[in-house]
Write a protein that binds this ligand. Structure first.
Ligand code: ZN
Length: 631
């Protein structure tokens, strides 16, 4: 695809959780704690400064959900919104100033804490506190200047742990953890470039050594638009490597939706002519074999439908791999608690027969060859709300693409989350005094200004003996500061071995499908510690990592015991090699040139990964030499 001529514009919003001692507006630690009790709240939208209700806020409010909060032993009354916030955390402030400086940004005279309305329940108070720290900076990437619009310091939202139809459960442990939000200008013009820019910004923040290192500590949002399209905000892209795909698929989606708009125009269809009525089709489908419909009817539900004159073939049109226009509509329906929709382009299917499809067409007075319909089976009110939501989405299709906030799926496709918020959702936090940006403050922040990439790179290669590739990857990795800690702590393990475990082994296992990102820093620390003391051999590291990815709460020593992975002594291995030598003496004599390989594979059967391959090789070599097999 020629992204230039499509007018692709990509902007990034990257969030980094800071590893500060305390939360942003209270003295609670930023570590997770055990549950103490739960409480329930409902939220209502309040008017913004401009006296308007934000569309995203209104949307959440209409869903009418309740929120349950888990109050943990590490939390205080600030998180529960029972007490006003304390002063802005100074450590977090200094770190953000340092990052802003590294991004060539300009500082205001005073920093104000603002309240940003959020009503998905992720903040107990109904707003998120955020402070603009700096603006108008830039970063040079491959000779091109990418603008950095803003850097904000904000409190992280509560952590969603469960979502039921009318209730969302949040854990307050994450609420208030300091978060740096860096927003680039829409200067990125290519999907690959988006990944490179995200990586460069990520490296810069990681180099401060103050970024948290748990899964989800860095979260990327990607804003995508093309000429004639709409600005779409895609939230929660977990991996950098997924960014190009997310951008590519979003461009594809926007192009396909524009094609649908053009086709609607070509067919002479108009928004005003769309039938907004909802029809009851329960009678027609009351004896259907479709399990979904049968279940709904048994619960006292109904089958409701809408008429889409002239839409034949359009609902089934693919907009992203494996996702159709119908899937987009279904996302809108699902927000009202229904399981999904049936549309005529995919029927007969799901137990709905050709005969039944025909009857529905007849009942709705539609032409099977030209028109389409959509059905929802559920309790009447839910089905009605869902279909209304679908109708509203279809109306937008006549004009093009709606401005949406979407969520990234693991395969790079996206799904609708909510309408894009407007600009009118900020107002000042009156509980906190503005902070003057003085020369003194800026000077103090200098201690956090990151060691430049080149300096660290030199050090890793020269001092630690890492290859250039490994050094580069280690610096760009989320576990950079863990690496530096481990190198200092464990002198018996070579730095390049530690780096290789953190980079190569984890990457290999991730590719094999293991969820290695669930492994905590504490476990990795313990693992390297056991290597350091010679309790385990390097060869059993992968076995342990696999077990940890499946049971991250297990202790490493516990796993070593369970799987009997204790490193064998040289004497034990020596003895085993001798035994193998005797047992296979005839074979080895016959094939002298293969002697090492034969013994190696036989010994491995006994020793497994409990001894290093290189050391084992040395023992075999030694014995064969003694026996005169090698001269
Ligand atoms: Zn607190």
């Amino acid at each position: 695809m020629d992204y230039k001529s499509l007018g692709l514009k990509v902007g990034l919003e990257i969030h980094f959780q800071l590893d500060t001692e305390k939360k942003l507006f209270c003295d609670c630690p930023t570590e997770f704690g055990r549950e103490k009790y739960r409480f329930i709240r409902e939220l209502h939208p309040s008017l913004s400064e401009l006296g308007e209700i934000d569309p995203a806020v209104e949307f959440e409010w209409k869903r009418g959900r309740k929120y349950e909060y888990i109050f943990a032993e590490n939390d205080c009354l600030v998180e529960a919104d029972e007490e006003p916030p304390k002063e802005l955390n100074r450590e977090a402030l200094l770190i953000s100033l340092a990052v802003a400086k590294a991004l060539n940004m300009k500082f205001p005279d005073e920093i104000y804490v603002m309240r940003k309305i959020v009503i998905d329940g992720s903040n107990v108070s109904g707003f998120q506190r955020t402070a603009l720290i700096a603006k108008d900076g830039y970063i040079e990437v491959n000779g091109k200047r990418i603008g950095i619009q803003t850097l904000c310091l904000e409190e992280d939202a509560a952590r969603k742990v469960e979502e039921r139809e009318n209730l969302v459960v949040y854990n307050l442990d994450r609420l208030g953890v300091p978060l740096i939000e860096i927003a680039t200008a829409p200067d990125i013009e290519d999907p690959r470039e988006a990944e490179i820019v995200a990586k460069r910004i990520g490296t810069l923040v990681l180099l401060t050594g103050k970024c948290k290192r748990v899964l989800g500590a860095i979260r990327q949002d990607v804003n995508v638009s093309i000429k004639g399209g709409a600005k779409t905000e895609i939230k929660g892209v977990q991996y950098l490597s997924l960014i190009p795909k997310v951008v590519e698929y979003e461009v594809l989606r926007q192009l396909r939706l524009l094609e649908i708009r053009d086709e609607l125009r070509k067919r002479g269809l108009k928004k005003e002519d769309l039938d907004g009525n909802i029809y009851d089709l329960t009678e027609i489908l009351k004896n259907t074999k479709s399990k979904i419909i049968k279940n709904s009817l048994e619960k006292g539900g109904k089958v409701l439908g809408i008429r889409l004159k002239g839409f034949k073939g359009l609902i089934g049109k693919e907009v992203q791999p494996g996702r159709r226009f119908g899937t987009e509509l279904s996302d809108y329906a699902k927000l009202y608690g229904v399981g999904g929709i049936f549309h005529s382009d995919e029927l007969p299917a799901y137990g709905i027969t050709q005969e039944e499809v025909k009857k529905v067409y007849e009942f709705l007075g539609l032409d099977e060859n030209k028109d389409a319909f959509i059905l929802v089976a559920d309790l009447e009110e839910k089905a009605r709300n869902a279909l209304r939501s679908v109708l509203n989405r279809i109306k937008i299709a006549f004009d093009g693409i709606p401005e949406e906030t979407r969520a990234a799926n693991p395969d790079g496709t996206t799904r609708f989350m909510r309408p894009r918020p407007g600009a009118s959702r900020m107002y000042p936090e009156t509980d906190i005094q503005p902070i003057r940006v003085t020369g003194e403050l800026l000077k103090e922040s200098e201690k956090y200004v990151p060691e430049p990439f080149e300096v660290k790179f030199e050090r890793f290669v020269k001092e630690y003996g890492l290859s250039k590739d490994l050094a580069k990857e280690m610096i760009e990795d989320i576990r950079l500061s863990l690496f530096e800690e481990l190198v200092k702590k464990y002198r018996n393990v070579e730095p390049k071995v530690i780096a290789s475990i953190l980079i190569n082994d984890l990457r290999y296992l991730r590719r094999e499908g293991y969820e290695v990102d669930r492994i905590s820093d504490g476990s990795l620390d313990e693992l390297i510690g056991l290597l350091d003391k010679g309790v385990i051999a390097k060869d059993s590291v992968n076995d342990i990592l696999i077990e940890l990815s499946e049971n991250p709460e297990k202790g490493v020593l516990e796993i070593v015991k369970e799987k009997n992975l204790f490193k064998l002594s040289r004497e034990e291995v020596y003895k085993i090699v001798l035994e193998v030598f005797e047992k296979f003496y005839d074979r080895i004599s016959e094939k002298r040139d293969k002697a090492i390989n034969i013994i190696m594979s036989e010994v491995k059967k006994v020793v497994g990964n409990r001894y290093g391959s290189r050391e084992l090789y040395n023992i075999i070599y030694e014995i064969l030499k003694e026996k005169g097999f090698i001269t």
